[in-house]
Design a protein around this ligand. Sequence first.
Ligand code: CA
Ligand code: CA
Ligand code: CA
Ligand code: CA
Length: 339
Amino acid sequence: MSRFCILILLTSSVCFGLVLHPGPGEPNLVTWTDRPKDDVIGKWYKYNTSDPNKPIFNASCVAVSSNAIITIRHQGGGVLSNVWLADVKYTVEQIINAPDNVDLRLCRVKRTSPGATYLQYVPLYTQTDERNKDIIIGGFGKGRGNPISDGIGDGWSWANNHGVLRWGTNKILNKDWNDIVSTGTYDSNVIISKFDPCETTDYEAAIAVYDSGGGWFIEDSGQWKVAALSAYVLHSGVSYYNPATEQYGIRISSYADWISLNIPARMDGDYSGNYSVNLLDFSILAGHWQRTDCAANNDCDGADFEPDGDVDIEDLIFFLDSLVNLIDDDASDLINGER
Ligand SMILES: [Ca+2]
Ligand SMILES: [Ca+2]
Ligand SMILES: [Ca+2]
Ligand SMILES: [Ca+2]
């Protein structure tokens, strides 16, 4: 039987919080600091055509550039969906689906309220040596409910407490597997981890509904990089650890070239992300003027353009150049009769 059949027969839903074992399996997020920043994982709110004022939270996402996130496609929702990262609301302005029915999409986002769009983001894991690597998993899906022992095994039910960011750990399986998982709609390269008893990794975690699109991260040269997006499990409603059960993440190394090629460019000097350079952008730069802590703070929304960690006269000159270049372009368009 192919993996395709296994998924369809045993899974009533492909969209999947993080379930962690109690006791030693629960991380203290204050003391556990060697992990990706909370700000890089977002909540995905599907656009609600019947009531646009009530978007529907149904998945997670990961920021991969200053103005774009990646997530999976199976949760639906198009342009005008909302994402929330670091408690800031963004609107999805453009969606680029991965080719060949891969369950992956890249979305350009813009901050909904005034201010800079710049997101905290993570680099892509591009190497294909994921097997046996330790991972950290983050997502806004359902959490651990009651203990379950039934004809399938021992596990934890999914509790209705989603919308909370949870972090856990796991390990990519060290075995050969068929890299393609087909759901009938999507065909995607995956990497696999297993939900095992609690002592297997520090904070052994299973993905659950609404974690879809959340990230699996591998540490590489001191940086946490996104290696997969949570996508599929074998059982809906319960995470079984005895017997240990597989879970599947869309493999980023297979699609990293496509993602990098399609990450939307930003305009020089456009800190607000609205594809124009004007006084709003100047006010964002002015708001960060003479800061020296930009390296740890999102490049000060991009106002630290090099970036070299500060916002000083060089950055102001860069901004003014960007503005003048635009004005020059406008002037030559006028002269050439293109406006
Ligand atoms: Ca495991
Ligand atoms: Ca702007
Ligand atoms: Ca600077
Ligand atoms: Ca400087």
